[in-house]
Design a binder for this molecule. Sequence first.
Ligand code: SF4
Length: 430
Amino acid sequence: MDTYNIWTIGCQMNKADSERLGSALDQMSLSSVESPEDADVVVVNSCVVRKSAEDKVTGMLTRLNGFKKNNPSQVIALMGCMVGPRQENLQKQFPYVDVFMRPQDYDPLLQLIGLKTGIDPDGCVGDLTATPGVTAFIPIIHGCDKFCSFCIIPYRRGREVSRTIDDIVRETKLLVERGVKEITLLGQNVDSYGHDFDKKTDLADLLIALNDVNNLKRIRFLTSHPNDMSDHIIDTVAQLEKVCEHINLPFQAGDDDVLERMRRGYTNKQYRALVDKIRNRIPTVSMSTDLIVGFSGETSEQFEKSVELLKDIKFDKVHSASYSVRAGTIASRTMPDDVSLEDKKARLKTIDDLQKDIQENLNSKLNGTMQEVLVENIKNDILEGRTKNDKIVRLGGIGNSIGEIVEVKIKKTGPWSLSGSIINSLEVLA
Ligand code: SF4
């Protein structure tokens, strides 16, 4: 048993879980291969937040069944949000899957590989950090206590459990020693970090501790819930030099009745006031959001409230999706999925077209400006990085600057990214 392949779909948290598992498998002397067909162990890290994601997972598992017929010793593991506390139905549906693992529960697979290879898996996950590049994800809080009516996450990832500040700082230092320059702190609801501790602690305390880590250049965090975005957090983001001025603040719907049925716990007016407050205190902030169209009972007039909100706030990025019923959620039990597929598609198109124009316009204002960019990777001979505001920048200019913060003159802009030339390496100048 020498090789593995991890196929991942869904949120950044899933990507972080896959990186973490990959690192454990590396430590057990397995190596990653590109094709699942060539791997001794294939892991499918699943997402069920939307039906389209679940369908892709099912399609992948069906494909793997074909590979396994030719290679019966191949181990197939299903991980992530598709795996709930009871697995009998999944075992019936996918009898060729060898291991089922709930999110972050890597142990069943590691034990199985340990049995087959004689390598002791103990300790492979304990001190584990993600496989490092220039940037890395660090989960800081698992689960969610909010129980929005449309969402399956609390049932699959459980209640909120925060990692200690000491543990996160230790992992960050380890990552920085291995070359990481930027970390993204992850949680389904990252700004409720620490609410489960006895001693009063919040995300701001963690950001302050991380800001002191030597040679760490940037800190990001994802995803925030409007009700937990406290003044303390906003002020801390404004004050700390390493924390990037970018906040993803899902609003999900613009109409108050829809928001109430979604159990989001805020109104359109309260959301707008919060965005105003954030923009006043962090004038250079960029804002992104998540939005669902076609939730149960959403009328055309109610949908227009979402459109108005987008037009007024002008987000830098919008993650839009049409509503799909998730079995087991409050909405699946109590609310009909009564907006037609046709209407959902049309609403999604309206949002995507509008947002494309907004982003094109916002980004065009950056043409000719100088921006600080952390160069993250190279794709098809073009360097790529991001500004502190989370804008993707494609770069020409000085040699290979991966891992450096460079000064870039923006020469071209579009709705999804910017292009420019490196003028200086700020680290060489420093
Ligand atoms: Fe799901 Fe709501 Fe929790 Fe986000 S805050 S993970 S939408 S339950």
